[in-house]
Design a protein around this ligand. Structure first.
Ligand SMILES: Cc1ncc(COP(=O)(O)O)c(C=O)c1O
Length: 468
């Protein structure tokens, strides 16, 4: 049956989306017509919806805080999207931060996060990273033996006590009963965890904990354990949470250390989830993930009667996934060999997870939401790779100049966008009711080559460029 964009949207909406369709059949984002945003700010364009961000953050916080009987710190994993305005909105909400390296630490600080609620991850942290973390007073998630001595030395030099947690690697038996849908692995989930470079098994952790406890200027804060996006089923996170609780007990028995915080990472699959590589909505909501994780931890920790640690979380894509819509303009349309290719001016440069992980994005005919579909089209970017944004999509008769909207472009899209074919990256606007503000200007061709240097001795081979 022929379907309209309006009908497509009705089937895929999730609660924090701010998408609707005007009487004239135009897609609106928080009340702004998508095509009008393109007209005003140029194409392609990333559109961040402020209220979606706030609602996603609040819902995650509520889901865990209602269930966990000790403090909860939701830390935004800024690798997911490092737009400073996004970080600033989340700071207004009180979000902590998860960062990796100096660049993300800088963005997390500039974006206003409270250092007391920030962690630094990474398994190859440089001295400069450790020194900056110590000076700021954030928590270092130790993930390398050498980091302990460096943190001690930097803390001594700075005259402060450094807060450190240890990253654990846990491979509970139960994990292999879940489908490793998000892992690009041929073995099961446990083997993928074993092969990953992150964390220490409880056996390997024991001597490291003793070294931390013996370092006079380090304060043992607790443990971190982010297994990652390994399964869509919340019960899988319950299995990991119970294993974290059991590891806490075993390590307490071995070292006498008891954590003040447990950082259980992020990784939960969203309801509409490009990384699931399929269009269907996932039936599990954040409350299901929170219930499973909290139950796993409490099962292991409650019987001890000891004080429960604060629960720290590192969600990325659950916070920002559907908060960004990528708008693009239709260009050339080609028909041959029984196929129709609809070019748009965005490409997989802007949606790299399509190339690296077969991510599946919903695409809406934003300027023709009431037109019936006319059959499958290939939605492609114009770069000189296939750049297949959507294959065999039922779409109305799109024409050059139309606007399409690609949903869920908030996660691992702008942060890993590239400039292949020397194409500048899109601008980004932040929208609220009645307001649209540029938060990242469009790159220029001059920006792309601003770091290049042609040695003087080759100057004779250069000439005037085009007017950029
Ligand atoms: C250590 C760590 N924490 C948090 C995240 C965020 O994960 P997600 O966006 O799946 O919630 C990642 C993602 O790779 C990560 O490596």
């Amino acid at each position: 049956m022929a379907k309209t964009g309006r009908a497509m949207l009705a089937e895929l909406l999730i609660p924090s989306d701010r998408l609707d369709v005007s009487a004239a059949g135009a897609l609106r984002i928080e009340g702004h017509e998508a095509a009008a945003l393109l007209e005003r700010f140029g194409s392609p364009l990333n559109v961040v919806v402020e209220s979606t961000l706030r609602e996603n953050y609040r819902r995650i916080r509520r889901a865990f805080a209602e269930r966990w009987p000790a403090p909860v710190n939701v830390m935004y994993a800024i690798k997911t999207n490092n737009t400073l305005a996004i970080r600033a909105v989340l700071s207004e909400e009180g979000a902590g931060g998860d960062c990796f390296g100096l660049g993300e630490l800088h963005a997390t600080m500039v974006g206003g996060a409270d250092p007391a609620r920030v962690v630094m991850n990474g398994s190859n942290k440089s001295r400069a990273e450790i020194a900056a973390a110590v000076r700021l007073g954030i928590t270092l998630n130790i993930d390398g033996e050498a980091e302990i001595a460096i943190a001690q030395a930097e803390a001594r030099a700075a005259g402060r006590t450094a807060r450190v947690a240890l990253r654990l690697k846990l491979m509970p038996e139960g994990l292999d009963s879940f489908s490793p849908v998000f892992f690009k692995t041929t073995g099961g989930i446990r083997d993928a965890v074993r092969r990953s470079k992150w964390g220490y098994s409880p056996e390997a952790a024991t001597p490291l904990l003793r070294a931390i406890a013996a370092a006079p200027d380090l304060r043992f804060a607790g443990y971190s354990c982010h297994v990652g996006r390994f399964a869509a089923d919340p019960r899988a996170y319950g299995v990991v949470a119970r294993a974290i609780g059991e590891a806490v007990l075993a390590l307490h028995a071995a070292t006498g250390l008891w954590p003040e915080i447990l950082d259980i990472g992020g990784g939960w699959a969203r309801q509409r989830e490009p990384e699931s590589r399929a269009p269907d909505l996932n039936p599990h909501a954040i409350e299901d993930h929170a219930a499973a994780s909290v139950a796993g931890l409490l099962d292991a920790l409650r019987p001890t009667g000891r004080a429960l640690p604060a629960l720290w979380l590192e969600p990325g894509r659950y916070v920002v996934g559907n908060a960004v819509v990528l708008l693009a303009r239709v260009g050339a349309i080609k028909r041959d060999c029984g196929l129709t290719w609809v070019h748009v001016d965005a490409s997989t440069n802007d949606l790299m997870r399509i190339e690296t992980s077969q991510a599946w994005y919903h695409v809406l005919p934003a300027s023709r939401m009431d037109a019936d579909d006319v059959g499958p089209v290939e939605i492609v970017g114009g770069t000189c790779i296939p750049s297949l944004i959507g294959a065999g999509r039922e779409m109305p008769g799109l024409a050059a100049g139309d606007c399409v909207a690609i949903l869920d472009a908030g996660m691992y899209a702008e942060a890993i966008a590239n400039q292949f074919n020397a194409i500048p990256r899109p601008a980004c606007v932040l929208v609220a009711p009645g307001r649209a503000e540029i938060v990242k200007r469009r790159e220029t061709i001059a920006d792309l080559f601003a770091t290049h240097v042609v040695p003087e001795r080759l100057a004779g081979a250069t000439r005037q460029g085009i007017d950029v």
